[in-house]
Design a protein around this ligand. Structure first.
Ligand SMILES: Cc1cc2nc3c(=O)[nH]c(=O)nc-3n(C[C@H](O)[C@H](O)[C@H](O)COP(=O)(O)O)c2cc1C
Length: 422
């Protein structure tokens, strides 16, 4: 029996990473998947991730040597085509019959004997623009199946229609269009890549109601976990009790103080085989060992201390660096370790020295660095830099989503030769 073949076209929308989730789900469900991506789409997701997830090459250049007839071969190969996400640009060009790049040429070569679904994703005004609406009706008339969009808060912060339909619902549309007898058994026996993520800040108790904590909200860690889960990774999330949590499907474990984080982290590392560990929790450098109040010396965590004394002396003891022990405690010795470094105005040689220190003393394979000076109020625009094990900068990425995608691509490309099917 031959597998059903799905051709996934990806265009340059901020929702392009959601196509990765769909591709992963299709492959896991027994479909054969090939991908063609526009050059704009590759600004949002990388070829390595798409190749890893689809287990096939990715077409993106009409004039690539040896692949000049891809636009015909791919469309004839497919039993069904889905464009996810479809930009306003793609929709409007297609309606006008333009074929000036690989994706529009593929779509022009479609013969309408097989289903061709289009899942738009764009800003509300772009979606409601008369040109886009006219193009969508034109495409329906031609025989393309235009999927609904969802309403909600868009990536640009505005609210309204135009949001990409939930990829699980898009999967259902594809599954409906192709008989399940044409699919092979799901590849559930093959393992998915598994990552462990720590996130949020520790809170060191002074007494039963007071603590010393830090400003970490856990939002970056939660956003990274969401991207990984949506990309089809199995995610174990060790997060601060009061920190932000991922909304996607992750296994969630809570910690409160340094000791509980150490316990949860080491037991997860000891029990499970992780392909990568992303350590972005803000860990207390010191914990409270003793509190002296009104001349009396007390253990932290004892009942609420009185507030009528003029002086409270808190003794802090330096904590060991958890990150430096992760590699040694890890069951999978080849797991990749990603550490985070928040610097304050460092650059040039000073920055290189700091990154080298992280790599040598903490045994990190990659360091993700951001600088307080480069952090603006808008969290989605924070700049992150990734350095490899030779302290060489791999690139600059914008926002938690941008850096997460870059991390997924590093993990996918390092595991490509292994027995992986996400
Ligand atoms: C950060 C960013 C996000 C974008 N998101 C969208 C989007 O969601 N939908 C859309 O129609 N265009 C979006 N665009 C604009 C497209 O990328 C642009 O029109 C591009 O030319 C589309 O090329 P393609 O249709 O060949 O992929 C975005 C652009 C940027 C810079």
């Amino acid at each position: 029996m031959s597998k059903s073949k799905v051709l996934v076209l990806i265009t340059g929308s901020i929702a392009a990473y959601k196509a990765c989730y769909l591709v992963s789900k299709l492959v896991q469900s027994g479909f054969l998947v090939k991908i063609a991506a526009s050059t704009s789409a590759l600004k949002f997701v990388g070829v390595a991730a798409l190749e890893g997830l689809s287990q096939n090459g990715v077409a993106y250049d009409s004039f690539e040597e040896g692949r000049a007839m891809d636009h015909i071969h791919l469309i004839r190969w497919a039993d069904i085509v889905i464009c996810i996400p479809a930009t306003a640009n793609f929709i409007n060009k297609l309606a006008a019959g333009i074929g000036d790049d690989l994706l529009t040429t593929i779509a022009l070569a479609h013969d309408f004997t097989k289903p061709f679904l289009i899942a738009p994703a764009m800003n509300t005004q772009m979606y409601l623009h008369p040109a886009t609406q006219k193009s969508l009706s034109q495409l329906r008339e031609y025989g393309f199946e235009i999927l609904e969009t969802a309403s909600g808060v868009l990536a640009c912060g505005e609210e309204g229609v135009g949001k990409l339909l939930d990829p699980d619902l898009i999967f259902d549309e594809i599954a409906k269009a192709v008989p399940s007898s044409d699919r092979l058994t799901p590849i559930s026996k093959q393992k998915r890549l598994r990552v462990l993520l720590t996130s949020g800040g520790t809170s060191e108790p002074i007494d039963s109601v007071r603590s010393i904590t830090n400003t970490s909200s856990g939002k970056t860690g939660a956003a990274i976990a969401d991207v990984f889960a949506e990309m089809g990774f199995e995610v174990d999330f060790i997060g601060a009790k009061n920190g932000a949590l991922p909304v996607a499907d992750c296994k969630i474990i809570h910690f409160s103080d340094f000791n509980s984080l150490r316990h949860e982290l080491f037991s997860a590392l000891d029990t499970n085989d992780y392909n990568a560990i992303i350590h972005c929790a803000a860990v207390a450098d010191f914990s409270v060992t003793n509190v002296t109040i009104g001349g009396k010396s007390l253990e932290p965590k004892s009942a609420k201390l009185p507030s009528d004394s003029d002086e409270m002396i808190i003794t802090l003891k330096k904590n060991p660096k958890l990150i430096s022990q992760i590699k040694a405690k890890s069951k999978n010795k080849s797991a990749l370790l990603f550490g985070f470094k928040l610097s304050d105005g460092l650059n040039g040689d000073e920055l290189t020295l700091e990154i080298e220190k992280q790599i040598k003393t903490n045994h990190c394979d990659f360091v993700i660095q951001n600088d307080i000076q480069e952090i603006s109020g808008d969290k989605t625009m924070h700049k992150y830099h990734i350095f490899d094990e030779n302290a060489k900068e791999q690139g600059e990425y914008i926002g938690a989503q941008g850096v997460s995608l870059a991390i997924t691509q590093i993990i996918l490309s390092r595991n490509m030769q292994n027995d992986f099917s996400a």
